[in-house]
Design a protein around this ligand. Structure first.
Ligand code: CAA
Length: 261
């Protein structure tokens, strides 16, 4: 088991099939320094390889999911340095995970914290959550998807308002706008996320991955191309054992026994 400095990685749920990554840099409100995000990438590599794991949760503390990229770490960066090193590019690892990733957000999800949550497939929020893109107030702009994913999620006017004023929105507003799928009591947030992860993990992992990929096409392409991708992926499920098992189990009035093949 690898040991990490800035995150805690566990497997939870009755069948220990839900990976939980807890951002754990309390002194900096989980500011996402380079080392922390590299650890998140490594943890995702491991959880993705782990055949038992059917879903992954990313969470923080009750006070902060994450207060953004680490401002003190990047304070003295130059254009040549960030451009040359493609600064923050490796954060994309989260969006590229093949397994479903649920963000369980309590407290601040600001800047890179809001962007990290939006890289996940589903966002659950505690009643105390605050989502914002305050980069404008420190002389920069969102650099990990904020100007792109927010607009697709909550529409142009509200996304513009958030990016240009830098002011955060509440969990209640975020739910109304569709940024988060559900609000939970802060103390129950992680266990609710694990419950959701267990439900997802009870299905065929193979088909779940295909479904996630198909839903994500809606972000990437036109409706015509997306519908074609969906249709072909749907057809492809008929090449799997789990499709046969799922439908046979229904007809035989029993629970399916998926083999992820
Ligand atoms: N980077 C580095 N350190 C941070 C940080 C960040 N993003 N956010 C908080 N911290 C540190 C503070 O500097 C402070 O450290 P010290 O105790 O050593 O002074 C500690 O965490 C606690 O923070 P505060 O004392 O500020 O706590 P608070 O409760 O008074 O305020 C807050 C909380 C409103 C979230 C405030 O910390 C804040 O505004 N943080 C910055 C938010 C921000 O601008 N995020 C965007 C970053 S840029 C970005 O993310 C770029 C991108 O698109 C990827």
């Amino acid at each position: 088991v690898p040991s990490y400095q800035h995150i805690i990685v566990e497997k939870q749920g009755a069948k220990t099939n839900v990976g939980v990554i807890t951002l754990n840099r309390p002194k900096a409100l989980n500011a996402l320094c380079d080392a922390l995000m590299r650890e998140v990438s490594d943890a995702l590599d491991d959880l993705e390889k782990d055949k038992d794991v059917g879903a992954v949760i990313i969470t923080g503390s009750e006070k902060a999911f994450a207060a953004g990229a680490d401002i003190k770490e990047m304070q003295n960066n130059t254009f040549a340095h960030v451009y040359g090193g493609n600064f923050l590019n490796h954060w994309n690892r989260v969006a590229q995970c093949k397994k479903p990733v649920i963000a369980a957000v309590n407290g601040y999800a600001l800047g890179g914290g809001c962007e990290l949550a939006m890289m996940c497939d589903i966002i659950l929020a505690g009643e105390n959550a605050k989502f914002g893109q305050p980069e404008i107030a420190i002389g920069t702009i969102p650099g990990a998807g904020g100007t792109q994913r927010l607009i697709r999620s909550i529409g142009k006017s509200k996304a513009m308002e958030m990016c240009l004023t830098g002011l955060p929105i509440t969990a209640q507003e975020a739910e109304k706008l569709g940024l988060v799928s559900r609000i939970c009591a802060p103390k129950e947030l992680v266990s609710e996320a694990v419950k959701m992860g267990e439900k997802i993990a009870s299905h065929s992992k193979l088909i779940v991955a295909m479904c996630k990929e198909s839903v994500n096409q809606a972000y990437e392409t036109t409706l015509q191309e997306g519908l074609l991708f969906e249709k072909r992926t749907f057809h492809t499920t008929f090449a799997t054992d789990d499709r046969k098992e799922g439908m046979t189990a229904f007809a035989e009035k029993r629970q399916p026994n998926f083999t992820d093949s």
